[in-house]
Design a protein around this ligand. Structure first.
Ligand SMILES: Nc1ncnc2c1ncn2[C@@H]1O[C@H](COP(=O)(O)OP(=O)(O)OP(=O)(O)O)[C@@H](O)[C@H]1O
Ligand SMILES: [Mg+2]
Length: 252
């Protein structure tokens, strides 16, 4: 038997993966490094603002306005770094057998007060007796919250959010349907891109993080949308036929 020939395509792919991993590691480190001086700047801006508190002179007011501007920009950077680090940290998931309906119920309970405030009605249709899925509950919760928040932001004048679950061949599906502004073809095509956002102050990492989480579960997420009518996100997750007992260590 002749010795195995090196596969140039596989080698090239491996080199790309190594390079990507290195860049991701550097970017994560850089984000961390920026956070410390940023908090020093924020703290000093607060102290500076305190120095001028109670001074009603035009000069003091001008200075306070400038300090406020720097503080808002610092906050934006802080949010961006937090979102970025959140995105970068989705790597190793701690999977455990989970009832998807229960996770959805808990996320909706958390979201309901702010939805009510925003005039959003929630309709939930959760199919009973769903097969259990392997979930990292913490990551999955943040994926769901990203979608709920997006739905809320798409319905500034209120609307309806319909959430349903169903068993599908080999797994379960979760649908989130809002009656919001919808997306045109260009937005829909880029919505999952990292740093793509149509919102002022949006980081554009919400859906990228959500997709990374869902794909980390061997699931998939898709979207259908129509401008002026609303948006439908579909998440499909595999339900392994035989799950380890809940108390066992999840497969790593
Ligand atoms: N339910 C939705 N209805 C309409 N447009 C949406 C919806 N969800 C996402 N989008 C579009 O996809 C874009 C990307 O969404 P994503 O959540 O990644 O970023 P974002 O919401 O803009 O910012 P953030 O990082 O703060 O979440 C949004 O800016 C918006 O244009
Ligand atoms: Mg978002």
């Amino acid at each position: 038997m002749s010795p195995a020939q090196p596969d140039p395509v596989a080698e090239f792919q491996q080199r790309l993966i190594d390079r990507y991993t290195e860049i991701a590691r550097l970017a994560g480190g850089l984000a961390h490094e920026i956070k410390n001086p940023l908090s020093t700047i924020r703290l000093n801006m607060e102290l500076l603002a305190e120095d001028f508190a109670g001074d009603d002179s035009p000069r003091a007011r001008r200075t306070l306005a400038k300090i406020g501007l720097v503080q808002r920009e610092c906050q934006r950077l802080q949010d961006l770094l937090d979102d970025f680090l959140n995105f970068a940290k989705v790597r190793r998931l701690r999977l455990e057998p989970t009832d998807l309906n229960e996770e959805v119920r808990q996320a909706l309970d958390f979201f309901r007060p702010q939805a009510k405030e925003a005039g959003i009605e929630i309709a939930a249709y959760l199919q009973s007796d769903l097969p259990a899925v392997l979930l990292d509950r913490e990551h999955f919760r943040s994926a769901l919250l990203n979608l709920l928040l997006n739905a809320q932001q798409a319905m500034p004048k209120g609307g309806t959010l319909t959430v349903s679950t169903e068993a599908i061949p080999g797994g379960v599906a979760l649908h989130l349907i809002d009656t919001g502004c919808g997306m045109d073809e260009h937005v829909r095509a880029h919505a999952f891109d990292a740093f793509y956002s149509t919102k002022s102050g949006g980081t554009g990492l919400g859906l990228a993080t959500t997709r990374k989480i869902i794909e980390g579960h061997d699931g998939r997420i898709e979207v259908e949308s129509e401008v002026g009518r609303g948006t439908h996100f579909i998440i499909e997750l595999p339900a392994p036929a035989r799950l380890p007992a809940a108390s066992q260590e999840p497969p790593s």
